[in-house]
Design a protein around this ligand. Sequence first.
Ligand code: DHB
Ligand code: FE
Length: 279
Amino acid sequence: MAEIIGGLTSSHIPAIGNAIANGLQDDPYWKPFFDGFPPIRNWLGEKKPDVAIMIYNDHGLNFFLDKMPTFAIGAAHEYHNADEGWGIPVMPPFQGDAKMSWHIIEQMIEQEFDITSCQEVKVDHGFTVPIQLFWPDRGPDMPMVIPVCANTVQHPIPTMKRCFDFGKALGKAVRSYPENKRVVVLGTGGLSHQLDGARAGFINREFDKMCMEKIVSAPEELTKISRHELIKQAGAQGSEFIMWMMMRGALPANVTALHENYHIPISNTGAGTMLLECQ
Ligand code: DHB
Ligand code: FE
């Protein structure tokens, strides 16, 4: 049977893609951020997961405000990247596990999560930047991917509780897959940030740290945060934290935080990196 071995979190800021393209990992601005990744890459090198479920949000490349699914799951053999306007290098296609995708889609519907199934999805920086951070050379150990997309952009966005419950159903769906596969689940985006309006540049370190603590040992407490409170505390684009909740829901109650790193600011954002190993 398939097994979820851990959860990873990372920021997806396009400027990270630019820093990688320009080899700035040791630059004093970037080093404290990039230093958060080698221990997680070592763990991935040791565990060699077969599949990475990429929970991310589309930023207007594949879905736009006119048609915005609350939750969508990719079911393709291959996913293509395009640049929706940040000017970062376009990455070669990613290999999907369409068979496992369809199993997950089937099982999500069975559990009454009426997701949108997508046989074609163009992936943006929300998907590619975390892959570049965790699998920079995309060598033979690069897992197959399954994109899971959440609406963080067009209100009403899903609640923290719904996202956590989605994760629980996702975890159950993965664990019922009959093939022996090791799976990691990525919750990407966040942490606090606001890119526009009167609060542009807003970052809430205290709230971010609280979220990083509670997501390990008391994620249910976070489900009590309303969407309005989330935006107030984390900024308009801090809504991306809902994808961390989806990731956490897919993991068992007991996890060990093997590694974490928090650094501000990276671009306009509080950048949180975590490795949660399933016990
Ligand atoms: C930034 C953050 C994001 O979440 C994003 O999608 C684009 C840019 C930023 O902080 O620069
Ligand atoms: Fe974003």
